[in-house]
Ligand binder design. Structure first.
Ligand SMILES: C[S@@+](CC[C@H](N)C(=O)[O-])C[C@H]1O[C@@H](n2cnc3c(N)ncnc32)[C@H](O)[C@@H]1O
Length: 278
């Protein structure tokens, strides 16, 4: 994960909405380093439980070490959170008291190590790449970047993060290099969203999660990307079993951003499960 590794974003706000109690059962779909889960376990002592999902092995091993002291109150699953229903069924859980997702950025290396990102940009056409960079990365230099990648890969396969970064760096005129982020950040973000099917995952987890939420229980989703936030906003509004709790997204306070710059672009949306009969 990029930024401040050990500082969970919008933590107080999530706890305020989730209102953890003992012996509630909570799902953290994006365990990461376990910061939010740790707070959920502390707030739901002595009997509350958390099921944590993460598809990243290294995040899981660090989180399980951190959360070992909670014993059987914490359980983890190495899975895509889009498979929430299957994961909960495996644990014999049919109802939950709250669902939390913090779909923050992972580091460039983390996502592209497995090679999926590279094989993807090897097969996509220039037009497809430009669309991905533009829509998923909101990258205004999408076309020159896509052209540079296609020209570059004709000379030599692009198989390392460094090679891809160098191509993007050279493709974007110096005057368009952003000041606050690396010039290649949006390109990598776009590839990550496309390769991982992240928008589809989000869509699916909302659907699956709602079926498990008890009446009155809430789902909290923190996103860092406007497309993700838009999906959350729409799905919360349109879902017949959800009532929107936060008509506008909750943003981090200036104090939180000062300590944790990663929180600057975080948006939290909360919805509450209605009863079937309403
Ligand atoms: C920003 S971190 C979460 C940080 C966490 N809330 C904390 O307090 O430490 C996001 C995590 O979600 C995981 N992740 C992202 N998409 C996922 C998915 N579809 N399924 C499972 N894990 C996912 C990433 O591997 C990463 O570890």
């Amino acid at each position: 994960m990029a930024g401040s590794l050990h500082t969970p974003v919008l933590l107080e706000e999530c706890i305020r909405y989730l209102k953890p109690y003992s012996p509630g059962v909570y799902v953290d779909g994006t365990l990461g380093l376990g910061g939010h889960t740790e707070a959920l376990l502390l707030a739901s002592a002595p009997g509350g439980r958390v099921i944590g999902f993460d598809w990243d092995e290294s995040a899981l091993s660090r989180a399980t070490e951190r959360l070992a002291l909670f014993g059987s109150r914490f359980h983890f699953q190495r899975r895509n959170f889009a498979e929430l229903a299957a994961g909960l069924q495996d644990c014999g859980i049919s109802e939950i008291d709250g669902l939390l997702l913090d779909v923050g950025l992972s580091s460039l290396q983390l996502d592209l190590h497995e090679g999926r990102g590279f094989s993807f940009q090897t097969t996509a056409t220039e037009r497809e790449l430009a669309d991905i960079f533009y829509y998923y990365g909101e990258e205004r230099q999408a076309r020159p970047i896509a052209a540079a990648i296609v020209a570059g890969r004709q000379l030599q396969p692009v198989t390392t993060t460094r090679a891809l970064v160098d191509l993007v760096f050279a493709a974007v005129p110096k005057r368009f290099h952003p000041k606050k982020i690396h010039v290649a950040t949006k390109t990598f973000q776009a590839l990550r969203i496309a390769v991982n099917g992240e928008l589809e995952n989000l869509d699916r987890v909302i659907d699956e999660g709602v079926r498990f939420l008890k009446c009155g229980a809430v789902v909290c989703i923190i996103s860092f990307h406007s497309l993700e936030d838009l999906i959350v906003k729409k799905r919360f509004r349109e879902h017949p079993l959800l009532e929107v709790v936060t008509p506008r997204p909750i943003m981090a306070s200036a104090d939180e951003v000062a300590v944790n710059p990663r929180a600057r672009s975080a948006r939290l949306r909360v919805a509450c499960r209605r009863s079937n009969r309403e």
